[in-house]
Every structure is written in structure tokens, then in C-alpha cells.
Design a protein around this ligand. Sequence first.
Ligand code: UDP
Ligand code: MG
Length: 309
Amino acid sequence: MPVLYIVVPCYNEEAVLSETAKRLGEKAAQLVKDEKVSKCRIMFVNDGSKDKTWEMIERFHAEDPETFTGLSLSRNRGHQNALLSGLMEAKNHADIIVSMDADLQDDINAVDAMVDKYNNEGCEVVYGVRNQRKTDTFFKRSTARMFYMGANVVYDHADYRLLSRRATEALGEFEEVNLFLRGIVPLIGFKSDKVYYDRGERFAGESKYPLKKMIAFAIDGITSFSVKPLKMITGAGFFMAVVALGFLIKAFVDHYTGHADAGWPSIMCSIWFIGGVQTVCIGVIGEYIGKIYGETKHRPRYIVEKYLG
Ligand code: UDP
Ligand code: MG
């Protein structure tokens, strides 16, 4: 029977953490009792929280070191990096690792089915896929949909998934700084499957992904995995060439029919139009250059400050 670690990134989660720990603790005991896993531990990753999150994690560990363990990053590095740090630590101790959010939005009962897929079918990657997104806001849904434009991702899957140790080690080989795990995991390969679950409301506390962060995350997802925006520039360029040709023809026609007009409105319009389009294009190219800049620095993606147990 495998050893299971459940990795939970936490950023300012003091409002939900007690409940999360309680429910996950019960889940861990139940999984062992049902003989699905030989051991189950919960690893909370404190992503540089400013509230009592880390103190709470330390307390869980002190009260029940067999079940709870924790990792604290030296500062806030964002959900994806926090999750990665937890996975990289957990793979040294576990056969299988499930990652989930701290806010209990992901139905923890889906873990059973994920573990079954590993035990019975030998799946090394099991995606948790939401049945519906009714509980998310319109903005959340539409920004989330933007991801699917770029990467080859599993539809309606967030970061609730099971990875085997082998798959996690493979994940560690991806060295990108602009981390978008949902896009990378399908690139690992191995036998994989999906488990469906209902996504609930956040149990308590506020979303740590305000609209601004969501959009930034979506842009990251697109530019890290796809050259579609670059192709769109090419398309826009062709379109502009055709428009310019049209103007040229019109100019000739006007000239020979003697209707040449004063001209300044058309000039002003085209200057502004082309200027705008060019700025957008430069912006898109800038996105990619920004990515290259980030990658060439090879900075560490996280720094662990403390590790419990
Ligand atoms: N999170 C994190 N670092 C951050 C932001 C979020 O570790 O900088 C964690 C957060 O504690 C939660 C998970 O990432 O466990 C998802 O965040 P949240 O539930 O706020 O996002 P949403 O469900 O609204 O997309
Ligand atoms: Mg959430």
C-alpha cells in the first residue's frame, strides 16, 4: 500500500485552516482504515502568510506530528510556487501526492477515487475535474476560460490532482520560472485519468486570487504555452496590408476621376489606427521577452525557511 501526502498551499488562511486540518485529519484516518494507503500525512505549505497561518500549522504538527507536517517559505511566492515546493518536499517521503487548496472548495472525498485509480489502474496522474462552475463568479469563469486558449490543459481542472512519485520527479525536471502547473502536468505523460467532483464555495476567508491576479495568471498561462498571440499579430499584419492596398486603390481612383479630397481625416485615422495596432503588437512581443528575461535568470522558485518533522 502506498504512502500518501496531501499538499496544501496556504496564504493567509487562518480563517479556514482549523476546519481544513480537522477534515483532512479525519480523511487521512479513514483512508488508512479503509486500507487504501498505508500512511497519510497532510503537508501545509505556508506561502509567506502575514496572519497566524504558520503558528497554526506549527500547532497542528505539535499536536499530531504523525498526521500533520508543514513547510514555510521565506516569503510569498504565489500559489504555483508554493505548491511546487510542497510537491518537491513530499516526493522524498511519499509514493503518491494529492494537491488541493486550503479553502475546502475541492471536495476532499474525491481523494478516495484518485487513490483507487492509482492502486487499481496504475494511473500516475489523476486530475480532479469539476462538474460545474456555478459557484464561481462570472469574472472567475471567463478568466479561467482564457487559459484554455493557450495551453493543452484539462478542461475545468484546477490544481486538485494526484501525482505519483515518478510523475512528481518528472515535474521537477521542468525548470521554468513562469510556473503554470496545469499546463505542465499534461506534458509529463504517463497513464492518467480524471475524477469528477462538485466544487463548493470557499469555506471561510477571502479569495486570494483577486481579478488582477487572475488576469495576470491567465496571461501567464497563454504566453507560457502558446505562440497564438504571435500568430495573431501576423494575421493583423496581413489584414492591415490589405486595408492599405484598398486605400491605395482608392487614392488612384480619386486621382484619375478628379475627386481627390483634402485628405487629413483619412491620414489622422490611419496614423492613430496603425499606431494603436503597433503598440499592441509591441506589448505582446514584450510579454514574450519578459518571459525570456525571467527564464534566463534561473532564479530559485522558492526558498524553504522551515520544515517540520
Ligand atoms: N495561495 C497561495 N499563495 C498565494 C495565493 C493563494 O498559496 O499567493 C493558496 C491559497 O491559500 C489557497 C489556494 O492557493 O489554498 C487557492 O487560492 P484561493 O482559494 O484564494 O483561489 P480561488 O479558489 O479563489 O481561485
Ligand atoms: Mg479557492
